[in-house]
Design a protein around this ligand. Structure first.
Ligand SMILES: Nc1ncnc2c1ncn2[C@@H]1O[C@H](COP(=O)(O)OP(=O)(O)O)[C@@H](O)[C@H]1O
Ligand SMILES: [Mg+2]
Length: 286
């Protein structure tokens, strides 16, 4: 797990059925105090429990357990209706818009960019809406100092979902907006994953990861760069999506999310507004 004296963060995950929660354990060396902190964000309680090991601190992040698992698992298990698709897509956009937005005040929050948005890092709640998870790579913006806290974590996201400017190393990491724009690119890919599983008139596509037909599994940066930056390819949009308003709109949104130029992409708030205006007409129902 942790070795002596090294600055390192480890996240492990344990299910606690009696708590109906998942526990994430962040451990960091170089800390002398003995404490274990269980934070249940859902119930707003923090328990500090003594540990018999006096050399390091364990921080336990306890979050609600979502038995449906990740959006990736959910889409693999079955198809979604048009209403279901709109609900999933809207809740992801709402979550991302909230994450990206700075809220000033004592109850406020900084603007945060996720940096590893993908279907495996989105959870599906019991009510079939999504929650964005795994903020392990997230960065926050300090709007007063106009600085970005880049964590020591060397991971830079999942290659398959990386925006073209990350793949060809052209992103301006001094501007916080760049990180938000890269999240939007990934959002477009997640929408494509959802929309393929939408059943209209009994027609649906099998579940696939974005670029499944263009890169090997576990693609290298170079594999991705060739396809996304050089050949400028994007996931294909099936013709039958044109026959349904919601799929048509989602298809258009995807294209506007995965544009080559980050500045030309939509904002999460714009995506959220467009989807929330979608009414689901009768002829689209499965
Ligand atoms: N609160 C939760 N409820 C249910 N499943 C979860 C929860 N959090 C994570 N998972 C499952 O564990 C997987 C990994 O969790 P994640 O937070 O993304 O950690 P990692 O850093 O290992 O990617 C997710 O893809 C999901 O399947
Ligand atoms: Mg993850």
């Amino acid at each position: 797990m942790l070795s002596n004296g090294r600055e390192e963060v480890v996240k492990s995950c344990v299910s606690l059925p009696e708590l109906h929660a998942q526990v994430f354990c962040h451990s960091s060396k170089n800390i002398t105090r003995t404490e274990c902190c269980y934070t249940d964000f859902c119930n707003n309680i923090t328990l500090r429990l003594p540990l018999d090991n006096g050399t390091w601190t364990q921080l336990w992040l306890v979050s609600e357990y979502h038995e449906q698992g990740s959006l990736f698992d959910y889409l693999n298990r079955g198809t979604v209706t048009v209403e279901g698709m709109v609900r999933l897509a809207l809740s992801v956009a709402s979550g991302l818009a909230h994450l990206h937005m700075e809220i000033v005040g004592t109850q406020g929050k900084p603007a945060i960019a996720h940096r590893d948005l993908k279907s495996k890092n989105i959870l599906v709640k019991r009510n079939e809406t999504c929650a964005i998870a795994d903020l392990g790579l997230a960065v926050k913006h300090d709007s007063v100092l106009n600085t970005i806290d880049i964590p020591q974590n060397p991971r830079v996201g999942t290659r398959r979902y990386m925006a073209p400017e990350i793949l060809d190393d052209a992103m301006n990491t001094n501007i916080f907006e760049s990180f938000k724009r890269a999240d939007i690119y990934s959002l477009g890919l997640v929408y494509w994953e959802i929309a393929r599983r939408c059943s209209v008139g009994g027609i649906t596509e099998e579940y696939q990861l974005p670029y499944y037909d263009l890169v090997p599994s576990d693609p290298s940066i170079e594999d991705m760069r060739r396809v996304v930056c050089e050949q400028k390819l994007r996931p294909s949009i099936p013709n039958q999506w044109q026959s349904c308003e919601a799929l048509r709109v989602l298809g258009r949104l995807m294209r506007e999310c995965w544009r080559a130029s980050g500045a030309a992409r939509l904002t999460a708030l714009r995506v959220k507004k467009t989807i929330s205006q979608l009414c689901v007409p009768e002829d689209c129902k499965a």
